[in-house]
Design a protein around this ligand. Structure first.
Ligand code: NDP
Ligand code: BG6
Length: 498
């Protein structure tokens, strides 16, 4: 059995020892995971597959874990299981069948007590039948944000872990957390009245990616980088997200948010924090998040001349997108940090849909070498590249002597490609790690309320200007690099193609 065989339990024990090192509580006993919005896109594509993989690796044990899908759609337990099975192709049939048996479905609305009373009964009956005496309840809101307040109110009223049992209640909320500073603050206040901050897990799945998790280790456990990571040595930093597909029939939904709210304000800004923040006092979640807030608060207001917006040709052909939409599907925005480490260094945050490739990467470009003596060829710059996806890698571009009799230089790389170096390691999906963190009660990789506020403070004035039509998106060809103005902006602020 997947949840109880020896390899799964040995992986469980290595997890336990890691958890012990990090001083995390090791809890046993009854755990219920409720996926609200179980009929939806995120639930089937990401949430349930992540739960399956945790089960397959022994982190969710049969006899201890109970999974409940909740939504308005009328479905049977088997109906939901069939939908989930369709997204587990290639997995062991035996493990999948065992996993699916852990899943139940409850149908109900998001704003009336009836459905949540039914949900609570389902959870309580399971807890009573399980003799552990504990009640750990994790609610995953795979739902449109418009229903978060009512759903949280229902959970608070009907479904909390009973105080008579050992355990907890935790809630994972998906992005977008609001559309701007005011709506995000309003949402935070509404949820804050119902749950303590340590019960709320604002998920940003980029924080679960392997190479994003590696950033603190790279920066603070390598002597090499410590003296280099500052304005004296770094010329510019790019944080780039590209997708080679458009809005794929979901243009109407996308149009309410756009690429800045959808990718830059959250995913790229989280990466920016980890690249730019100061060293935290320790790895405790609060210490790390304190540093992230500080660097966000040091970002200067964005200047209009340091923004390029784009919209791909054909975007408005989607009938759910308004004909006069000015929503950007591409944006390149320069952030400037007003502090001792980064004054004068541009951080170029760039994201686009329907481009020529799918890629997410960080490029730290160093300054030219002063007093260059190798005049034979244009000097290349050192660049440290961290590729988050696809094919995780990090490499340093260096100038070396061209092998041979001549004294000539060329650009080469020190290359750490994960596929080559870690051939036997399966890199976990971001959602797997983050759900596991929530079960462990580790909030390091989740967005704190003040961090969210500081993030919206940076982008809200720009977003208001775009919504008011003061800044226009220029059109670009699908399958291209995006607007040429974006490359011109990168060059203008100092980026040099190496
Ligand atoms: P869906 O549009 O698929 O909605 C999820 C479920 O919510 C639906 O199955 C439906 O269930 C219910 N629902 C839909 N619209 C409404 C509504 N107006 N009022 C009440 N209930 C509604 O969303 P996703 O699964 O795509 O996304 C869920 C959340 O995750 C969103 O906040 C999204 O921004 C975020 N997200 C999604 C990603 C993805 O890849 N899809 C990636 C990252 C974040 P029913 O009608 O059965 O109740
Ligand atoms: C989501 C965005 O948060 O991230 C999507 O809403 C985007 O528009 C997705 O496609 C990208 O995630 P990843 O992990 O594939 O880079």
């Amino acid at each position: 059995m997947a949840g109880t065989d020896s390899s799964a339990s040995s992986r469980q024990s290595s997890f336990n020892s890691l958890a012990k090192d990090l001083e995390l509580p090791l809890e046993k006993g009854c755990l219920t995971i409720v996926v609200l919005g179980a009929s939806g896109d995120l639930a089937k594509k990401k949430t349930f597959p992540a739960l399956y993989h945790l089960f397959e690796q022994g982190f969710l044990q049969s006899g201890e874990v109970h999974i409940v899908g909740y939504a308005r759609t009328n479905l049977s337990d088997d109906g939901l299981r069939g939908r989930i099975r369709a997204y587990l192709k290639g997995a062991s049939e035996e493990h999948v069948s065992e996993f699916l048996q852990l899943i139940k479905y409850v149908s109900g609305s998001y704003d009336s007590g009836e459905g949540f009373e039914k949900l609570n009964k389902e959870i309580s009956d399971y807890e009573m039948s399980n003799n552990s005496g504990s009640s750990r309840r994790l609610f995953y809101l795979a739902l449109p944000p418009s229903v978060y307040p009512s759903v949280c109110k229902m959970i608070r009223t009907y479904c909390m872990s009973p105080t008579s049992r050992a355990g907890w209640t935790r809630v994972i909320v998906e992005k977008p957390f609001g559309r701007g500073l005011d709506s995000a603050e309003e949402l935070s206040s509404q949820l804050g009245e119902l749950f303590e901050e340590d019960q709320l897990y604002r998920i940003d799945h980029y924080l679960g990616k392997e190479l994003v998790q590696n950033l603190l280790v790279l920066r603070f456990a390598n002597r090499l980088f410590l003296p280099l990571w500052n304005r004296d040595n770094v010329d510019n930093i790019q944080i780039v997200f590209r997708e080679d597909f458009g809005t794929d029939g979901r243009g109407g939904y996308f149009d309410q948010y756009g690429i800045i709210r959808g990718i830059i304000q959250n995913h790229l800004l989280q990466v920016f924090c980890l690249v730019a923040m100061e060293k935290p006092v320790s790895l405790k979640p609060e210490h790390i998040r304190d540093e992230k807030v500080k660097v966000l608060q040091s970002v200067n207001p964005i200047k209009d001349e340091e923004v390029v917006l784009g919209q791909y040709q054909g975007y408005k052909e989607d009938p759910t997108v308004p004909d006069d939409s000015n929503t950007p599907t591409f944006a390149s925005i320069v952030l400037r940090v007003h502090n001792e480490r980064w004054e004068g260094v541009p951080f170029i945050l760039k994201a686009g849909k329907a481009l020529n490739s799918r890629k997410a990467e960080i490029r730290v470009q160093f300054k030219d070498v002063p007093g260059d003596i190798f005049k034979c060829k244009k000097q290349g710059r050192n660049e440290f590249v961290i590729r988050l996806q696809p094919s995780e890698a990090m490499y340093m571009k260096l100038t070396v002597k061209k092998p041979g009799l001549e004294m000539a230089t060329e650009q080469s790389e020190l290359d750490l490609s994960y596929g080559m170096r870690y051939q036997d390691v399966k890199i976990p999906e971001a959602y797997e790690r983050l759900i596991l963190d929530t079960i462990r009660g580790d909030q390091q990789h989740f967005v704190r309320r003040d961090e969210l506020k500081a993030a919206w403070q940076i982008f809200t004035p720009l977003l208001h200007d775009i919504d008011a039509g003061k800044l226009k998106a220029v059109s670009y060809k699908p399958g291209s690099r995006g607007p040429k103005e974006a490359d011109e902006l990168s060059e203008k602020v100092g980026y040099m193609q190496t």
